[in-house]
Design a binder for this molecule. Structure first.
Ligand SMILES: Cc1ncc(COP(=O)(O)O)c(C=O)c1O
Length: 423
């Protein structure tokens, strides 16, 4: 282990800022990033398919974002009051997000899902339970970590199993878990509890698992029929699957949507978007409304993050962006399928648009349980094999607009080589 990794291990548990850790033999510290690449402190180049866990959708240090940041840092960085950049970005979000009549800023995606969307839904409906889907990652908050990645033997639906210690036991009764893509199961779960459920929260495309054709429309109808709010977690899908996010891509409009990642251009910024009659509950000026919710934190609407977000969205708004992002994802998926076939290995690259994931199974992946039905140990080995060949991934691929066809072909070559050495 080199000195800087050793320093990290001494100061930080496991030498890890988040839960994402590279295997020991390929672990490294990032020195810098440019376009589609990141570079380690020892000078090794990696094609970046993690992209900061996905906010860097236009690649690292894009010149227009760097320019916007340079101008922004010449001013003070926090006011705790309205600022022009924050208002400009809010206007763009309201114009662009189908469900947005208004937005309210947070700092992290977890703020947007937990502190804002779920709280607003509870206040608006006067109910307390939340239905989420097994395997859905909605941030690190206590609700979202219910059945995020449960291990077999799986609990029976709708029982929730926390994925972290330290979560109050009482919350297990507050979260109902359903299998993704299964409307019948949602109906059955709600049959006994629909008057208690404030919201169904879903990643419309659950990471790399596509929704079945009628799934999202079905959720919309179930919510409408039962006075339940539909929340889309668009922290990953927003401005990525389409300019209008999963809402545009799949043609279903939720009541509320949580945004993060891309809208801050790599800086900390998130937002909840939705109908005015719901967002009104986040209005600090409203007189003693018993449904009024606390929303806000010190860095909300931070002008530097807003400047990076505005510059990023400007790049994404140009003609051809989403065609190119789809083309990148498709090139990878087609190439990966061909490699799996050639090696005679049951494997697939699932996903759509610039989101992809390798799963070592040939059964159709439609929900969490099918997504973990493959050989997870070999999947981890394959991921490490890719990193050792200069492709940074955690098994999921968050492709950026900065990738050239040559970059994707290099990723596929690395996959081919890693398969040869592992299988
Ligand atoms: C779909 C989704 N929602 C919420 C979050 C939480 O965002 P943050 O890490 O900014 O708290 C994430 C983070 O990866 C996410 O993928």
């Amino acid at each position: 282990m080199n000195e800087i990794l050793a320093r990290a291990r001494r100061a930080i548990p496991g030498g890890a800022f988040t839960t994402y850790v590279l295997d020991e033999e390929v672990d490294f510290v990032v020195k810098t990033g440019k376009g589609s690449k990141v570079y380690s402190t020892d000078g090794t180049e990696y094609i970046d398919c993690v992209n900061g866990s996905s906010p860097m959708l236009i690649g690292h240090a894009h010149p227009e974002v760097v320019e916007a940041l340079k101008s922004a840092v010449e001013c003070p960085s926090n006011f705790y009051l309205l600022n022009e950049k924050g208002i400009e970005l809010a206007e763009t979000l309201v114009e662009s997000i189908p469900c947005a009549e208004q937005i309210k800023y947070g700092v992290t995606g977890s703020d947007a899902t937990f502190l804002y969307a779920m709280r607003l839904a509870r206040a608006f409906t006067g109910r307390s339970k939340i239905l989420k889907f097994e395997g859905g990652f909605l941030g690190g908050n206590d609700y979202a970590l219910m059945s995020m990645s449960p291990a077999s033997p799986f609990p029976n639906f709708p029982a929730a199993r926390p994925d972290s210690a330290g979560i109050p036991k009482v919350l297990e009764d507050e979260v109902l878990i359903a299998p993704y893509n299964d409307l019948e199961a949602v109906d059955q779960i709600l049959a006994g509890a629909c008057n208690e459920v404030a919201a169904i929260i879903v990643e419309a495309q659950q990471r790399c698992i596509d929704p079945k054709p009628d799934f999202l429309e079905g959720l919309r109808s179930i919510c409408d029929a039962n006075g339940i709010l539909l929340i889309f977690d668009e922290v990953v899908t927003g401005f990525r699957l389409a300019w209008g996010g999963a809402q545009e891509r799949y043609g279903v409009t939720p009541d509320l949507a949580a945004y993060g990642k891309v809208i801050g251009g790599g800086m900390p910024l998130s937002a909840v978007a939705g109908r005015e009659e719901i967002l009104r509950l986040a209005n600090p000026r409203s007189p003693a409304d018993p449904r009024k919710c606390f929303t806000g934190s010190t860095a909300c609407g931070n002008p530097i993050a807003a400047a990076a977000g505005i510059a990023t969205l400007k790049v994404l708004s140009r003609p051809g962006t989403y065609e190119r992002l789809n083309e990148i994802g498709d090139r990878f998926r087609t190439g990966a399928s061909e490699i799996f076939q050639r090696h005679g290995v049951a494997g697939q690259a699932i996903g759509s648009g610039p989101l992809s994931q390798i799963v070592l199974t040939d059964i159709p992946v439609t929900d969490y349980r099918s997504s973990v039905s493959g050989d997870l140990r070999m999947q981890r080995k394959l991921t490490t094999g890719l990193v050792s060949r200069g492709v940074l991934t955690h098994g999921t691929f968050y492709f950026s607009l900065a990738l050239s066809n040559d970059d994707i072909d290099r990723v596929l070559d690395a996959l081919d080589n890693a398969m040869t050495s592992i299988f």
